[in-house]
Ligand binder design. Structure first.
Ligand code: UDP
Ligand code: MG
Length: 162
């Protein structure tokens, strides 16, 4: 396979990226947003949000993890302070955002990734990123209300896509 052919098969996707309460408390909001912004993907939604406990528990967001032993801790963590909710769009953005974020356990995350550079523990890994295009759409719909996600055309687009 020629790499440019494979790349052209990847579609425009949306990823839900969230700076977790530790990222906000540690003053890493600008640093984290800047990594996605510099990559050249498109920001479509952005807000600071205090997630209520009931919403975090019932929220479909961590549905797959409800049976895990760390689930109660995860809910405490995610509701312990404000989070920054973001919607990002781009070709292959789901996988590329996960690469920028790095491995779940920051000790296994490569240097240069957000978790590799900025975190030390799985339970304080500063950022969330959707794991599939389906979950990207689903999570953006969960965390954002009607009208909070904006469609727009960045002026730099012709300089990012040939
Ligand atoms: N998590 C945890 N302990 C674990 C595994 C996960 O506290 O053993 C938390 C951690 O904050 C992680 C989140 O649960 O980011 C979601 O887990 P997932 O496996 O989906 O990792 P991610 O997609 O965030 O890399
Ligand atoms: Mg996940």
């Amino acid at each position: 396979f020629l790499p440019h052919l494979v790349a052209s098969m990847v579609e425009v996707e949306e990823s839900y990226i969230m700076i977790k309460p530790d990222g906000v408390q540690r003053g890493l909001v600008g640093e984290i947003i800047s990594r996605f912004e510099k990559k050249g993907i498109k920001l479509k939604g952005l807000k600071l949000y205090q997630c209520p406990t009931e919403l975090a528990q019932d929220n479909e967001h961590y549905k797959d993890l409800q049976s895990k032993s760390f689930f109660p801790n995860l809910i405490d963590y995610i509701t312990s302070g404000p989070v920054v909710c973001m919607a990002w769009e781009g070709v292959g953005v789901v996988a590329s955002a996960r690469k920028l974020i790095g491995a779940t356990n920051p000790l296994n995350a490569e240097p240069g990734t957000i978790r590799g550079d900025l975190a030390v523990q799985t339970g304080r890994n500063v950022v969330h990123g959707s794991d599939s295009p389906e979950n990207g759409n689903r999570e953006i719909a969960l965390w954002f209300k009607e009208g909070e996600v904006v469609e727009w055309t960045p002026v730099q687009e012709p300089w990012l896509k040939e």
